[in-house]
Structures are given as C-alpha cells and as structure tokens.
Ligand binder design. Structure first.
Ligand code: CTP
Ligand code: MG
Length: 380
C-alpha cells in the first residue's frame, strides 16, 4: 500500500493574525510547515509527501522546504475542503494521510496507529477525550452536555484515496472542517486511534505561546569556544569584528584575516558540534582566498538555524597591544549582530593586552578568543 501524506497549508491564519500565514512563521526556530513536512517525510511508512499551498506562495514554500523530499506542491482553494480535494485529485490512488500544516508536531506513534487501523477500516483518525465540563448556553448556561461519548478529532486522518474522493462526491463538502465528517456523511466507517496533545492545532495566540513553551522546555543549552591568531604583515587597514579598522600594519591570512569573526565562527561551530572553520572552509581552497569572513560567520549561523537552533549570546576577547578596540567596539557589535540576526545586547566584544608579554605583547600579531551559547533541539 503506497502511503502519501497530504499536508494542507493554503490557509490565511486569520484567527492567529500577523503579517504572514501561521504555517510560514517560525516556531522553535523553524517554520511551522517545515516541522509538519519533516514529521511526515521522516516516517518509514510514508512514501510521498505532497503539500497544498495558497496562490503566489510557491517561492516562499520552496525556500522554507529546501532539501526536503516533496512529491508535489499543489495549489489550494478558498476553503480547507477544496484544498484537500485538489490534493486528492493529484494523488488519485493508494492511502492518504490528510494533515493540517497547523499541527506541526506529529509523533511517529500516531502515524503507526493510523496506518495499522486503516488495514481493517475505511478510515482512521486520532482522537482525544474531552476533559472540561461541557454545556449549551449563551451568557448563562442552558443545559449540560454529557461529555462521556464526545471526542476531539485531530489530524492526520488516514483513508484510501478512492474512498475519500467517493465520499466527497456523495456527501458534498459543505461546512466540513475535516475528512472524517465527509466520510461519515457518505455512510463510511471511520475508526478511532489514540491522538496526542502534541497534535493540538495552532489556531490562536494562546496555542502558539503554549507550543513555544513546550519546545523551549525541550531545548538544551550548548557552549562552544573558539580561538584564532593572525600575524602582522604589510600595510593596513585591517578587518576586525566585521569592520575596517585603520592600522599601519596589515594582517596575514588566506581570507581577510578577521580574528574576531574567525574565533566567533569556531565558537558557534563548536557549540553545535559541527567541527571547525578549517573543515568548512579549507585554507587550501582558492575560493576562500581574500574572502570576507562574514561568509564564514553567516554559514555557521545558518547551520545552527537549520537544526532549529537559537543563538543566545556570543562573547569575544581581542588580545592585542594595538590597535585599540574601544573606539570600534559599538560598530563591531552592531555588525556581528547584523550578520547573526541578533540584538546588539547578545553580542559582546572585549579587549585586553598581555602586558607586553608573548607574541601579542611583542606586537607580532592579534589573537582573539570567543565563547558562544546556543540552544538546540536534541536530535533535531
Ligand atoms: N487550509 C487550507 N486551505 C484553506 C484553509 C485552510 O489548506 N483554504 C489549511 C490551513 O493552512 C491549515 C489547515 O487547513 O493548515 C487547518 O485550517 P485552520 O487552522 O483553520 O487554518 P487557517 O484557515 O489558515 O486559519 P484561520 O481559519 O484562522 O484563518
Ligand atoms: Mg480556517
């Protein structure tokens, strides 16, 4: 049985608000839609992933889904049910897991249960019990509702594509908020499996805040350190902390010899356990000759963001008798914050001399050491 995950992501996210529809917004450092696609694409029982997106959002979707195995990007419709139908018509056969992009965290065990149940049923959906007291009424309570037999129905929902297409044809799509409703209206049987609180839909700001808090509590802090030295040679100016600093002597190096950016790059790579700058940008590679070190630093940051990581803080000490760092400190912090997408108070630049001792004391070159703190999702 070929299983396709059909993720609908063509909504406008009006109840959450904001400039960008919720499925394109980052949560825990990664766009909602990317979380949803990764959960499906990473499951061994799922063969293909198709995504339904709104008009004009192809470029944005392609960017945020870069590197993921997507079978097709399908245009959505004005209602959720039309978005689902467009997807089903593109898939046509096999089994399908219809899933809301707005439920980004799908535990693999739920997918196992759904595909297991689909073998003996027309469809299967994840459900959770209702825990609050329920009642009818407006302003004042009219009558209590027995919650004993009530269920909250989540997605993904598993069906045979042909059955679901038949159900949509029979029952029509009027006011269906999910596929189980359409299946029942067409007289087909839908089994229930245990759902999961991680599948709660992100609908309002309160849902969003709760999901952010859960993600944050699962992240771990990692610290990395970096160290770099370049010797003086030729004439200045020099690059230091991403800005040009006037100095009578230049610095020797394959790239632009910016010790501050190099040491911060190594600290970030170290925090993420991703080796060192020489592994990513070998000095033997002519591409990096004279390269601006912004490239190295933004590369390290991108690798962390791709792992859903968050950079909390970087701190660098410049070790040199000359030039004086003080007059340039603010500009350096601003530049580094801009490269890393941080606020200026997340970047610290300090300086010290070595009291005339050692190679820096003899004014033979400049050293820098850095520390970076990041947060990562284990196994993300
Ligand atoms: N969806 C869709 N096409 C639509 C409407 C919704 O593909 N015309 C998708 C949404 O992108 C979402 C899922 O269906 O992943 C569930 O819908 P909902 O939570 O209602 O999302 P929105 O419609 O975007 O939000 P709102 O109703 O607040 O505008
Ligand atoms: Mg909606």
């Amino acid at each position: 049985m070929n299983v396709t995950a059909l993720i609908v992501a063509a909504g406008k996210g009006e109840r959450l608000g904001g400039d960008v529809p919720k499925q394109f917004r980052p949560i825990g450092g990664k766009p909602v839609l990317r979380w949803a696609v990764e959960a499906m694409a990473g499951h061994p029982l799922i063969d293909d992933v198709c995504v339904v997106i709104g008009a004009g959002q192809e470029a944005a979707a392609n960017t945020l889904l870069e590197g993921l195995p997507i079978g097709a990007l399908i245009p959505g419709g004005p209602e959720r049910s039309e978005s689902v139908l467009n997807g089903l018509q593109a898939i046509r056969q096999g089994a399908v897991l219809v899933h809301d992009a707005a439920r980004p965290f799908c535990p693999p065990a739920v997918i196992d249960r759904l595909i297991g149940a689909l073998k003996e049923n027309d469809g299967a959906v994840p459900v959770l019990p209702v825990v609050d007291t329920l009642a009818m009424g407006l302003g004042t309570l009219e009558s209590p509702v027995d919650r004993k037999n009530l269920l909250r129905v989540q997605t993904p929902q598993a069906f045979h594509v042909e059955d679901l297409l038949y159900a949509y044809e029979e029952a029509g799509r009027a006011s269906a908020t999910d596929e189980s409703t359409v299946m029942l209206a067409a007289g087909l049987k839908v089994a229930t499996v245990e759902g999961d609180p991680m599948l709660e839909k992100l609908t309002t700001q309160a849902d969003w805040d709760r999901a952010e808090a859960i993600l944050a509590s699962r992240m771990v802090t990692r610290t990395g350190m970096g160290f770099d030295v370049h010797g003086f040679e030729g004439e200045g100016p020099i690059m230091l902390g991403g800005i040009q600093v006037p100095h009578p002597r230049g610095l020797r190096g394959h790239s632009d010899a910016d010790v501050v950016l190099h040491s911060i790059t190594d600290a970030l790579l170290g925090a993420a356990g991703l080796g060192d700058i020489g592994q990513h940008f070998p000095p033997s590679d002519p591409r990096w000759k004279g390269a601006s070190s912004d490239l190295f630093l933004s590369h390290a940051a991108r690798l962390i963001f791709e792992r859903s990581g968050i950079i909390d803080h970087v701190d660098c000490t410049v070790i040199a008798e000359e030039p004086k760092v003080g007059p340039h400190r603010s500009a350096m912090r601003e530049r580094i914050a801009a490269i890393l997408g941080l606020e200026i108070d997340q970047v610290s630049i300090k300086a010290t001399t070595t009291e005339g001792l050692g190679f820096t004391g003899r004014r033979e070159g400049i050293a820098a050491q850095a520390v970076a703190n990041i947060r990562l999702m284990p196994n993300a």
